[in-house]
Each structure stands twice: as C-alpha cells, then as structure tokens.
Design a protein around this ligand. Structure first.
Ligand SMILES: Cc1cc2nc3c(=O)[nH]c(=O)nc-3n(C[C@H](O)[C@H](O)[C@H](O)COP(=O)(O)O)c2cc1C
Length: 219
C-alpha cells in the first residue's frame, strides 16, 4: 500500500515537472495558432477536401485558431533534377513557404491501396527536401474513405512523420466511413453529418492545445 502511494506521488511529481517545463505562468497569453491543412485528394468532390472545408468553417468558432487550405495540385512530381541552384520550382517554393509559415499541420488523408495517396506523399516529399519544412511541427490527421475510414493511410502517414520530426497528436483519432449510412457528404463532397462536425471540432481543439503545449504557452 505504502509502495503504491509512493508510486502515485512520484507520478504526480513527474507530471507537475512536465507541466512546469512546458507551461510557465510567466508565459505570454496564447497567440493565434495558424494551421496549414493539406488534403491528399485532387478530385472536385473529394470527401477529404470536404473535411478540410468543414474544419475551416468549424475553426471560426474556436478562438485563437486559423486554418488555411494549402493546395498541392500544382506540384510537379518529385524530381531532384528540378532543384536548380539550391532552388525549387515556383509551385514547390510556394508550398514549402506555406508549410514553414504554419504553426501546425492538419492532414486529410485518403486511403489508396492501404496507404496514403501518391499526391499526398509527393507533397510531403517536396517539403521534406533540405531544409525539412515539416521539422518540429505539431500535426493531426483526419481521413474519409472505405471500411476503415482511411485508417490505414493514417498509420503510414504517422510512420513517415517519424523521420520528418512531425509531432502527431495520438487522440482523438478521426476516421470517417464515407460509404456507410448515414450519409456523411453531399454530391459535392461537403460534410453534412453533425456528429462528424463535432468530432472535427474535438480534433481541432486537441491540435490547438498540443501546439500551444509544444510552444510552451499556457492554456
Ligand atoms: C487508387 C485508389 C485506391 C484506393 N484504395 C483504397 C483502399 O485501400 N482502402 C479504402 O478504404 N479505399 C480505397 N480507395 C477508395 C478511396 O479511399 C475513396 O474513393 C475516397 O473517397 C477517396 O478520397 P476522396 O473522396 O477524398 O477523393 C481507393 C481509391 C483509389 C482511387
């Protein structure tokens, strides 16, 4: 019993220390967290782009959170021959700058053959070229797809993030089963499912808090 009490007191001490490291009372109040949202599908009625549009709408009700949808449709295929004199093609430079400007990243990742889509991996690869634009960014993932709601793409994306030093939140996870009733999206890929909106909101709040925690800013 005494050992148990000692153990739980140690746990509380270490939590308090972690809090002290990350969250000093002398820190300034939290500034706006700017999120870059990247959707891994190019099709017009994409469900994953619909998740990003919904996230942007929802963020307007979350004080201190701003989301910008950064597009990947103009990026060429990764080819290091296109890197000339230390520079990148114009669309790549723009994309890399948008990633760098953001405090954190929100991925909407469709599942293609049990992994992330080629266009998303292509975008990630461009911004990974030195200096790695993803380094130290807090991140979150949502996905819409078949039976697992895109889940397998998320796990591959997390694995890629290990090498890139992306810091993903673990929970909440957000897998949207797009082909199972009730309908989640209309014919244009707009989210029409209230429960999913609530889950996106919870994901965004978790990403905002995680970003502030990594920035050393108190809630
Ligand atoms: C090449 C390709 C591979 C796919 N592989 C999978 C898969 O492995 N698992 C799955 O659940 N859905 C798979 N799908 C279905 C997509 O996940 C589904 O069409 C999803 O809606 C695509 O995202 P989007 O609506 O944002 O375009 C695949 C679709 C394509 C085009």
């Amino acid at each position: 019993m005494a050992a148990l009490r000692a153990g739980s007191s140690l746990l509380m001490q270490s939590r308090a220390m972690a809090g002290a490291i990350r969250c000093s009372s002398t820190e300034a109040s939290p500034s706006v967290v700017r999120v870059a949202a990247v959707a891994g599908s190019l099709r017009k009625a994409s469900f994953n782009q619909g998740l990003v549009r919904a996230a942007i709408e929802i963020s307007k009700d979350i004080p201190g959170l701003e989301i910008e949808h950064i597009k990947i449709d103009q990026l060429p295929f990764v080819n290091t021959d296109l890197e000339v004199g230390g520079g990148f093609p114009e669309a790549v430079e723009e994309f890399r700058a948008q990633v760098l400007r953001a405090d954190s990243v929100l991925f909407a990742s469709p599942e293609y053959n049990y992994s992330m889509s080629g266009v998303l991996k292509n975008a990630i690869d461009w911004a990974s070229r030195s200096p790695n634009c993803w380094a130290d960014k807090p991140a979150a993932i949502m996905s819409a797809g078949g039976g697992f709601g895109g889940g397998r793409s998320q796990y591959h994306l997390r694995q890629t993030g290990v090498f890139l030093d992306l810091h993903f939140i673990n929970k909440p996870e957000l897998f949207v089963k797009a082909f199972e009733p009730p309908a989640k999206f209309d014919g244009e890929g707009n989210l029409i499912h209230e429960d999913t909106r609530e889950r996106i909101k919870a994901l965004l709040i978790a990403l905002q808090k995680w970003t502030q925690r990594l920035q050393g800013v108190c809630e």
